[in-house]
Design a protein. Sequence first.
Lengths: 388, 76
Amino acid sequence: MKEKIIYFDNAATSFPKPEEVTKAMVHFSREIGASPGRSGHRLAVEAGRIVFGARERISQLFGGKDSSRVVFGLNATEGINQGLKGLLRHGDHLITSSMEHNSVMRPLRALMKEGLAVSILPCSQEGFLDPSGVKKAIRQNTRMVVLNHASNVVGTIQPLAEIGEVCRRQGVLFFVDAAQSAGAVPIDMEREKIDLLAFTGHKALFGPQGTGGLVLGERVDEKELVPVKRGGTGSRSEQEEHPDFLPDLCESGTPNTVGLAGLLAGLEFVIKVGIEKIRHHEKRLTERLLRGLGEIGGVTVYGPGTAEKQLATVSFSIQDVAPSEVGLRLDEEYGILCRLGLHCAPAAHRTLGTFPQGTVRFGLSYFSREEEVDEALRAVGRIARREA
Amino acid sequence: MSMPQGVILFPSIHFALRAEKLIKQKGISHKLIPVPRHLSSDCGVCMRIPWEKKEEALGILAEAGVKVDGVHPLGN
C-alpha cells in the first residue's frame, strides 16, 4: 500500500493533477504524437489543434481578445525573460517591487549591466506595494512596471487594478508575473490594465511542468519585440529570416505538445470548475490554516494573515526550530511535504524580515482538504511543543 | 461533376486553425490540406474551399482579423 502523504508544496508545482490531464497526455502520446504546424498531414493538424486549443483557452481565461498574442514556452520564467529582454533597451527605466521572485530579479540584474535603470520599491511587511509609490517613482524614461501578482513566499495579492491604472495613465507598460495566481484568482487583462502577463502551466492551471509563457496585450507593439530565440517555426519555410508575426515570432523549435495537451486539459478543468469556486475553497482552507497556526504558541505567521488578501500559500516559522528541521520532521514523521528556507526570492524575505533563515511554506491547492489542514496543524503543534 | 475548388493560404497554422473555427461556424464546406508545392514552399497547411465561396470566406476572415497570405484556384 502507498504511504499516506499530505502534499502541501503546490506553490512549487501542483500535485495531484486532475485525472483528465494525465489522460490527455497519454492520448497525445499514443494516438497523435506528430509535430504541430509542420507537415500537412492529419496528425500534424491534430497536434496543431491541441496547441491552438491551449492558446485559445489561455486567451479566454485572461480576457484576451487575440489568441495569436499568447506565446508558449517552458514556464513563467521564459515568458518573463521574453517580455523583459524583448522590449527593454539601453537607457530605459523600469520599476519593480521588493517582493519579486528571482525569475524577475535575475534577468533585471543582467539588464542593469546593459544600461537598464531599475527602481526596486519597498513593500510593506505584509508584502503589499503602494500604488501611490509607483506613481511617484515614474520618470520620463520609465518604460515598464513589472510586478509579482501574488507572492510565492507568503501569497500576498497585489492591488493590480490600481497599479495598472497608474501605469496606463502614465503610458508605462504593466508587466504582471502571474506564476502563482493564474488559475487561483480571476485575472482580466482588460480590467486590470495589464500589458504583459507571464504565466506558468504547472501550478494552479494544473498542467504538467514544462508549460508556460507570455500573453501580450494590445499595447505591446510586436514590431518592437525582439525574440529571445529564433529558429524553425513551420511557417515561412522558404525564408532564412525569422517570421515577424505572432505567435511564431516568439516560438521557435518543436514545442512541448504533449505538455500542452495536458495544459489544455488543465485549463478546461479550471474553466469547468470556475476560478471563483476554486478561490472560495482555497480561501476557506487558508482561513482555517491561519487560525490554527495563530493558536500555536511559538509560531510566527508571515504575510497578510488574512485569506482575503492572499493565496493559499502560508509561510511561518517556529521559535528556536530551524525551518529545515521543521521540514524534515514534517516529512519523515508526518508525511507532510512542504517547502523550506528561502523561496528563490531573497528581496521578499528581507521585506518580510525572514532573511536569511527563511520560512516553512505550506502551499495548498483546490485538491487540498480540511482534514489535511487539521492534521498538519496537529503536527506543527507537536513540533512547536517539542513533543516526540 | 465536382465544383471548382480553391485554397486560402495563411502565414502559419495558428491562422489556418482560427480560419477553420470561423468557417465551420458559418457552415461553409472546407478542409485543411497540405499546401500545394506549386503555390508555396511552406511546410504547413492551407484551407480548401469551393471556389464560389471564396469572397464570403475571405470576408469572414477579414472581419475576424485572420491574417491571409493569398487565395488561389486549384487546377483539375
